[in-house]
Design a protein around this ligand. Structure first.
Ligand SMILES: Cc1ncc(COP(=O)(O)O)c(C=O)c1O
Length: 378
């Protein structure tokens, strides 16, 4: 069962019963979408077509706006007619990407600790899951020798950059190396950049900036950057002949992403500085969380170069589900148990620092600093 569902139901129940709970569990930003974009959408509501299907890959005007934004900010030139789809979130973009490139029985590599929804999609697509543990030190790093050993013969490698749940952000050198390793071995590289706007320490280099890019599929989301998670909006870009296959999945599963959402998004895409400010605020939260965790007893901070999370180490021998329960009951802090991210996640908890509202920051951080896991038995 999806772990987020049960944890967030618990958070809702506890809040309804009057308890204050600091949710550091699901990555839902504390901020609302840009107000001026919402106002613009309200005006558009009376217009013709607002409530109807858009073309399968999204409104052309929104695809043009997104491809322009990607070109201006990242220097990647896409043909909006054939190389870019708007999707129902990064989640559907991932399922479309996977089904477009892999057939039942094909081997697909993920790095562990993994984003569990990727694993669920690999499993329900009848693909062979090959989960390679990352190297853990003060941060989470790529396991190069294992990658070199396993990439030959694999149909696809899935990367999340910056990482969920690890917060690891790839360097330019890492990206170059992974692009050539996958290209040399005829392995698709599916890169999930849901957190690309929250990149603090890693490079902004992207696989499409490399010479060989035919084998790269990029997926992204507007759930975090513009806080549009309820509108279910993301994107997929890559080679046109692969996107042609992806369109079959898109049409049969969702037809198109939400039309009102695309109208809202189009306005958001002009507001680059707005997102940069949100990213700076998330980074501020990262520092507060790191300081608080250092004061706690028993939680070991893991460096995050981007994204919303740290996957902190916890004392040996304590089950992560029991520990997450203990933290919510005793300290009112909701987290995700590390076991949800695979074996490598054991003895860890994922903390999302990108969810806490301004008024929650002080009490949440003092609750976190007061955590004491010495001598507990669960
Ligand atoms: C790595 C990653 N990919 C995809 C998603 C889902 O994004 P969306 O809301 O766009 O479907 C998330 C959400 O937390 C995520 O962390």
């Amino acid at each position: 069962m999806p772990p987020i569902h049960s944890i967030m139901s618990r958070v809702r129940e506890m809040r309804e019963s009057g308890r204050e709970i600091f949710s550091m569990a699901q990555a839902v930003p504390w901020y609302d979408p840009p107000q001026e974009a919402v106002e613009h959408m309200k005006q558009e509501m009376i217009g013709k077509g607002f409530h109807f299907y858009s073309p399968d890959p999204g409104l052309m005007s929104t695809r043009v706006a997104l491809s322009r934004e990607i070109a201006n900010r990242r220097g990647i030139n896409l043909n909006p007619a054939s190389e870019l789809h708007l999707t129902c979130g990064a989640s559907q973009a991932f399922a479309s990407a996977l089904m477009s490139v892999a057939d039942p029985g094909d081997r697909v590599i993920v790095l562990e600790p993994y984003y569990f929804d990727h694993v669920f999609a690999i499993q329900f697509s009848n693909l062979e899951l090959d989960s390679i543990p990352m190297v853990e030190s003060s941060e989470w790093c790529l396991p190069w020798s294992k990658l070199e050993e396993k990439i030959p013969g694999a149909k696809a490698l899935v990367l999340v950059n910056p990482g969920n749940p690890t917060g690891a952000a790839l360097s330019e050198q890492d990206i170059r190396r992974i692009v050539s390793l996958t290209a040399e071995n005829d392995c698709m590289l599916i890169i999930d950049e849901t957190y690309e706007r929250f990149n603090f320490g890693g490079s902004k280099h992207h696989p499409w900036m490399e010479h060989n890019q035919e084998h790269v599929l990029t997926i992204g989301s507007f759930s975090k950057s513009f806080s549009l998670s309820g509108w279910r909006l993301g994107y997929l870009f890559g080679a046109d002949y692969i996107l042609e296959q992806a369109l079959k999945v898109q049409d049969s599963v969702v037809i198109c992403p939400s039309t009102p959402g695309q109208i809202l998004l189009e306005k958001c895409l002009d507001l680059n500085e707005w997102v940069e400010n949100r990213s700076a605020e998330v980074e501020h939260r990262l520092h507060l969380c790191k300081e608080a965790m250092k004061q706690s007893k028993g939680l070991e901070w893991r460096e995050a170069g981007g994204g919303f999370f740290t996957l902190a180490e916890t004392p040996a021998g304590i089950d992560s589900y029991a520990l997450a329960d203990h933290l919510i009951n005793k300290y009112a802090i909701a987290t995700i148990p590390g076991d949800a991210f695979g074996n490598t996640g054991k003895q860890h908890l994922r903390f999302s620092f990108g969810c806490l509202g301004d008024e929650e920051l002080v009490p949440a951080m003092s609750a976190l600093a007061s955590v004491d896991l010495t001598d507990i038995t669960l």
